[in-house]
Design a protein around this ligand. Structure first.
Ligand code: PLP
Length: 396
């Protein structure tokens, strides 16, 4: 199938929900992907913060192949050693006690919301409201698009689930005003990703935690984008010296094999009993083996320190560009390898020009260029992206 045939088949038969870039990708290696014509691109989007180890990482490929050769799936009616190992590992890394494995970020959040409501209802009938932030992103299922504080994602899907309210991100007074006995949880991203790479002021998340404690509500961190090393620590909440009651993961966790997870403290997790939640595929041996391989490589190759170091380097270089192009760049934000550059105009043209020059980035919230390269990215690769960005910016 040539490029035109692929695009025509998609146009004819795929649900028309994606605004895709005109590139047909075929394979990848490290931080580079290749299209059907063999053109190389530096991949600083990494499947939207998913390919934590880059493409075709030998250790991940081997773990997947080995596991596929033994058993891909067996249902959660049986125990498997790989799933038990992954649960043990995630509990140890997070300091939380219990894990549930799902297949996506939205499913992880959906499960977390169910757990928080079950926990709340046991405390007091009606304690089921979830407070989240404006400009947040928590997924596309009916409950998670209600948790998502962006009305554009909810439009047209009535009747919508109830029991959600919203506050401006970073605004403690607004959150305080929303707290009440009926609130079972506050759900926040430690850094807003899709919403435009918004980093809260130091101390905000710790104050939110204190507010939750004062009102008998749970704190849920959606670390689907920030987790698994993206910000230079395994979990972004570690930067704040606090621990949530529930944390959700997905994107980078299995390096591209579909997975989601929610983790909770024992006193919360015990609100669930047999039959309260489930999943056919969730945490199957293939996905569990892939996640274990990702965690092994992060540890063996010190990728947390690497993400921190490369993030600082990249952020400095982006700031240099911001200084060079003050009319085009408003601000550089982010932490580790979750970086955003807010422009004074729409970013799609710049993204397309970068792609023509062999660099894949994307734009979120209309005018925020987002950089989420694999955690294995090198200085040389960052330098190349900075050179291309400078060329593209000069043409603006
Ligand atoms: C991507 C993302 C989700 C949704 O994950 P899916 O796997 O697409 O369902 C939820 N929350 C955050 C913070 C995300 O970045």
């Amino acid at each position: 199938m040539n490029k035109e045939a692929v695009m025509a088949a998609d146009a004819a038969h795929y649900m028309p929900v994606f605004n895709r870039y005109p590139i047909v990708l075929e394979r990848g290696e490290g931080c580079t992907v290749y299209d059907a014509d063999g053109k190389a691109y530096l991949d600083f989007l990494a499947g939207i913060a998913v390919n934590a180890l880059g493409h075709a990482h030998p250790a991940l490929v081997r773990a997947i192949a080995d596991q596929a050769g033994k058993m891909i799936h067996c249902s959660n009616l049986f125990y498997t050693a790989v799933q038990a190992k992954l649960a043990t590992r995630l509990a140890a890394l997070s300091g939380l006690d219990r894990v549930f494995l799902a297949n996506s970020g939205a499913e992880a959040n959906e499960g977390a919301i169910k757990l928080a409501r079950k926990w709340g209802q046991a405390k007091q009938p009606g304690k089921g409201r979830v407070v989240s932030a404006l400009h947040s992103f928590h997924g596309r299922t009916l409950a998670t698009l209600m948790a998502t504080g962006q009305p554009k994602y909810q439009a047209g899907f009535d009747p919508l689930p109830t029991g959600f309210s919203y506050v401006p991100y970073g605004d403690l007074a607004a959150l305080k005003a929303q707290m009440g006995a009926d609130v079972c949880a506050v759900l926040l991203e430690p850094i807003q990703g899709e919403g435009g790479v918004h980093v809260p002021a130091p101390g905000y998340l710790a104050e939110v935690k204190a507010l939750c404690e004062a009102h008998g509500a749970l704190l849920i961190f959606d670390e689907i984008q920030t987790g698994v090393g993206r910000t230079g620590k395994m979990f972004a909440f570690e930067h704040e010296g606090i621990k949530p009651d529930i944390v959700t993961l997905a994107k980078g966790l299995a390096g591209g094999v579909p997975i989601g997870a929610f983790l909770a403290a024992e006193e919360v997790a015990k609100a669930f009993s047999a039959g309260d939640h489930g999943s056919t595929f969730g945490g199957n041996p293939l996905a569990s083996a892939a996640a274990l391989a990702v965690l092994d490589v992060i540890e063996a190759q010190s990728l947390l320190a690497q993400a921190d170091k490369m993030g600082r380097y990249f952020s400095e270089k982006l700031q240099g560009l911001a200084n060079e192009f003050p009319a085009l760049v408003k601000e550089v934000r982010g932490r580790g390898l979750l970086l955003g550059m807010e422009l004074t105009k729409e970013g799609r043209g710049i993204v397309l020009d970068c792609m023509a020059q062999g660099v894949i980035i994307n734009c979120t919230a209309g005018n925020v260029l987002r950089f989420v390269p694999p955690l294995i990215v090198t200085e040389t690769e960052i330098d190349r992206v900075i050179t291309v960005l400078a060329e593209v910016f000069r043409r603006q």
